[in-house]
Design a protein around this ligand. Structure first.
Ligand code: SF4
Length: 333
């Protein structure tokens, strides 16, 4: 196994959704949901994809999972290209790449007991020899997510929201996945339960060497579990760097605005609030030039016509803003 190659590589990923209309159902417009996104994830690493609702982050996750066919770009899992792989060959890929969704209640079949919910992927991927083996493997999965073994015959509605999310995580672990996409996986949970699930994910990552793509609208949520963060705005990554740099020296004006909205322990302490006005523009007709220019407090003429490219502003740190002057420095153009 090549240990230097990223587990997941995403190159120039695009996902456009056609809008059809007219008498013959022709395409009348497109939703530019994801428009040229590139990143990679190493084994055992957590990369968070963060941005406001509608920025395309969940579409990235669903495209990687092949729940959507991609419009353009390339996706590699462990060096193997998967974006154009025929559906009939995706089975081993699905075994290695699993997902945990936001709403554990709607993603768990209410008529299935936990033994069946966790047993199904084990059976489907041929990972059990007999019924006794199945029961033991389901019990081990329940141990891993700290659910009591005697809950094996209960139904999802008999669990709390946090426990249901533990079941969702156990189901993702069942096939032996090495990459888990967590799509707003803790967003519906209250603060203390959210912290417990985040701690569980960190422990599982340490134990199993899992790679996580953690999709969230909330920067505060990712701060304690992520290694790197990619900030998305209207279908594009605008900044990507390690956690420490992002939270201490953010570069992009949009990242600064998101960070300034993160609650702090002492709300009376002086801080540089950046209030964003207006909503995220429509991805059907994104703004010209820099897509953030309609809301950016530092907008200038060039921003309205010329699209900024992601450029290196520090070690392992890229940002897409015309005000990039030298590594780590923002200047007015
Ligand atoms: Fe703001 Fe211009 Fe930078 Fe875009 S390119 S983030 S509009 S300053």
């Amino acid at each position: 196994m090549n240990t230097t190659r990223p587990l997941l590589e995403v190159k120039g990923l695009k996902k456009y959704f056609p809008i059809t209309g007219g008498l013959f159902g022709q395409t009348t417009a497109k939703v530019y949901a994801v428009d040229g996104v590139s990143f990679d994830i190493q084994r055992g690493e957590t990369l968070s994809l963060v941005g406001e609702s509608g920025c395309g982050k969940s579409t990235v996750g669903k495209s990687l999972l092949r729940l959507y066919d991609v419009t353009d770009g390339e996706v590699y899992l462990d060096g193997q290209r998967i974006d154009n792989m025929p559906a009939s060959k995706l089975r081993p890929i699905r075994q290695r790449m699993q997902v945990v969704f936001q709403d554990p209640f709607s993603s768990l079949n209410p008529r299935m007991k936990i033994r069946d919910i966790l047993g199904e992927p084990l059976t489907n991927f041929g990972l059990v020899k007999n019924n006794a083996d199945l029961r033991e493997k389901v019990s081990l999965l329940m141990d891993k997510v700290q659910l009591p073994r005697d809950a094996i015959d209960r139904f999802p509605h008999e669990f709390s929201g946090g426990q249901r999310q533990r079941i969702g995580i156990a189901r993702a672990l069942a096939p032996g996945a090495d990459l888990i996409i967590c799509d707003e996986a803790v967003s519906a949970l209250d603060v203390s339960v959210k912290a417990q699930i985040i701690n569980l994910l960190v422990d599982l990552q340490d134990e199993l060497g899992l790679a996580l793509l953690f999709i969230s609208h909330d920067l505060a949520t990712v701060e304690h579990l992520t290694h790197r963060v990619a900030v998305m705005y209207l279908g594009k990554i605008v900044e990507l760097t390690d956690r420490r740099t992002l939270f201490s020296k953010p570069h992009h004006p949009y990242t600064k605005a998101l960070l300034s909205a993160v609650p702090v322990p002492d709300p009376t302490a002086p801080r540089n609030r950046v209030i964003l006005t207006g909503d995220v523009p429509s991805p059907i007709n994104p703004p010209s030039g820099c897509r953030f220019h309609t809301r950016c407090p530092l907008v200038h003429d060039r921003c309205r016509t010329e699209e900024p490219q992601l450029r290196t502003v520090g070690e392992g740190h890229t940002s897409a803003c015309h005000l990039t002057h030298a590594p780590g420095e923002l200047v007015m153009g």
